[in-house]
Write a protein that binds this ligand. Structure first.
Ligand code: DQQ
Length: 562
């Protein structure tokens, strides 16, 4: 495997020869990946004149994070099939010579709408500054070339912000007074904060003295995402909407935890701050977008379909050395539609409908009883690339075990050989990317308990047996959610794609994404099972599973003139 270019200057990109890893068992079929090398955060997703644009943090020189990060750029008509283009933004000037880090797009209204990117540059002093870039030619449908604004940097670290912890501008929104606002992630000592900037012309920016939102002992707030959600509809709304019919969401990626938390709350326009309904506690009760591997996410309003769409970086669980041997590292989740749950207390997420275009051969199971200790195979589909939806019917909840949830950490409980231990109702769920003898598998499952005055459900994704290899990160993920005893069903959807399993419990109430590198359960040797290790039966009311076709990832011929 040729890993070329590490440490090369950004101006020598054209001379780099990439070895595109083909036919690798772990390269995904329908999750977004660059042709080679390292990818992390999603940047500036947007829809403009009929085309979806996706930019991402990329090290074009190696499958590891780099010192000269660029903005790679891909376009799509359906968010599923992609064309990779030349890099949109590369280090070139004193204000970004040491890397072009994350940022967002804002589409400025006008006779002809004008997209503008705000991104973080690592400047010649290694300070973090915010810069602007605009498309060179608005008549190019793919917006291939981007030019940097002559007045860069647009923002430099203000007082009370560490010069190396000032980054990741959000999409801007416009207030009733016509001024633009944007939040930037920052840190000062232990305090993590997002700070607000305002501008009348989108060129000259003024910092607000008080933080927009701050938390103690969290470290830097990376990639803040601030957006309104409709109170009474699953439709998305544009970032600038402020009315009685919306609430606001602030998402923060806390570097110390490497997890994406979000807060529902009130945007206090007059004071220029955000007041969350519930404070950050640092416990498992904080709201997270995904309880697995998922970070630095970013959403955008897709006005073509009136929906808000979320992207998130799904990091590796493999070793650095193996990433280098494979020649690539990092995935993106399948874009998810996101909206406010009817309860108003949390967000819901669901894979965009376009992914269903890739569904191929279908297998269904209807009304099959899973007695305690049973397992059945879902055969006849490509279990290494599949979309599975299952609705379980539950028995009466009366006899279920009691659990003092204040005493348990869901992550720890999920990892204590939990899928194989028998309970009353559950564990039941899927064994994905499993070997024929099931010694290797990833278990995605539920288990129900009675807690004080209510019933709760654990949802876990257990990687502990996902591979014979010992050198992988096999952290088990899990969380707890309340269930309504009158609703006697529970649903699970898993998108399985060779080295990733994205799972959605209760129609998108809980999301858990896992990365796995099976040793045996590869291609035709991968199997899919439904199991029940509880003492009581559950019924598969309906299970539908589809083989998934490969998405198309094309590359412009002239790309990087390889
Ligand atoms: N990744 C970027 C930063 C951001 C971090 C650098 C989050 O801008 O804070 O690649 O993963």
């Amino acid at each position: 495997m040729e890993i070329n270019g590490e440490g090369a200057s950004p101006h020598s990109i054209n001379s780099i020869k990439f070895k595109v890893p083909e036919k690798q068992p772990y390269r995904t079929w329908y999750h977004f990946q660059p042709p080679q090398n390292w990818m992390n955060d999603p940047n500036a997703p947007m829809y403009y004149k009929g085309v979806y644009h996706f930019f991402y943090q990329h090290n074009p020189y190696a499958p590891t994070f780099g010192e000269k990060m660029v903005w790679a750029h891909s376009v799509s008509y359906d968010l599923i099939n992609w064309i990779h283009l030349n890099h949109a933004i590369e280090p070139s000037d004193s204000y970004d010579i040491n890397s072009c880090w994350s940022g967002s797009a804002t589409i400025l209204p006008g006779e002809e709408e004008q997209p503008v990117i705000l991104y973080t540059g690592i400047d010649n002093n290694k300070y973090q500054v915010q810069n602007m870039a605009m498309p060179k030619d608005l008549s190019d449908p793919f917006l291939r070339e981007w030019v940097k604004h002559p007045q860069n940097p647009a923002m430099t670290p203000p007082s009370g912000v560490e010069v190396n912890n000032f980054r990741d501008p959000s999409t801007a929104w416009q207030g009733k007074d016509g001024k633009w606002r944007v939040v930037i992630g920052a840190q000062n000592g232990d305090e993590g904060k997002t700070i607000l900037y305002q501008s009348e012309d989108f060129v000259n920016w003024r910092v607000e003295l008080n933080p927009f939102f701050a938390t103690d002992n969290t470290g830097v707030c990376e990639c803040p995402d601030f957006f309104p959600v409709s109170i009474n509809s699953t439709n998305g709304v544009d970032a600038s909407v402020q009315s009685q019919s919306v609430r606001h969401v602030l998402k923060i990626s806390y570097l110390r935890r490497h997890q994406d938390y979000y807060f529902l709350g009130k945007y206090v326009y007059d004071e220029g701050n955000f007041v969350p309904d519930v404070k950050f506690t640092g416990t498992s009760s904080d709201l997270r977008l995904d309880y697995g591997k998922f970070y630095a996410s970013k959403s955008f309003f897709d006005h073509a379909k009136n929906r808000r769409i979320l992207w998130g970086w799904v990091n590796e669980c493999d070793t650095r050395q193996n990433d280098i041997e494979k020649g690539w590292a990092g995935l993106q989740c399948i874009p998810r539609q996101v909206w406010l749950d009817e309860s108003g207390k949390q967000l819901m997420q669901w894979p965009i409908e376009e992914i269903e275009k890739l569904r191929d051969k279908q297998i269904s199971i209807l009304g099959e009883k899973l007695v305690g200790g049973s397992i059945i195979e879902v055969s006849g589909i490509t279990a290494s690339q599949a979309d599975v939806e299952v609705l379980f019917e539950l028995p009466e909840l009366e006899n279920v075990e009691w659990l003092d949830e204040s005493e348990v950490d869901p992550h720890l409980l999920c990892s204590e050989e939990y899928a194989t231990r028998s309970g009353t109702i559950g564990p039941f769920g899927l064994l994905a990317l499993a070997s024929e003898d099931q010694t290797e598998h990833t278990a995605v499952f539920f288990r129900i308990y009675r807690a004080s005055n209510r019933y709760i459900c654990f949802m876990c994704s257990d990687q502990s047996r996902s591979s014979l290899r010992q050198d992988l990160d096999k952290t088990t993920y899990g969380t707890i959610f309340d269930i309504d005893p009158n609703v006697k069903t529970i649903s699970l959807r898993s998108l399985i794609d060779r080295s990733i399993i994205e799972s959605f419990g209760e129609k998108g109430r809980i999301c858990i994404t896992s990365r796995v590198y099976p040793s045996m359960s590869i291609d035709k040797n991968a199997h899919l099972y439904v199991f029940n290790n509880g003492s009581q039966s559950v019924v598969i009311s309906e299970l539908n599973a589809w083989s998934m076709k490969q998405a198309e990832f094309g590359q412009e011929e002239s790309i990087n003139k390889q």
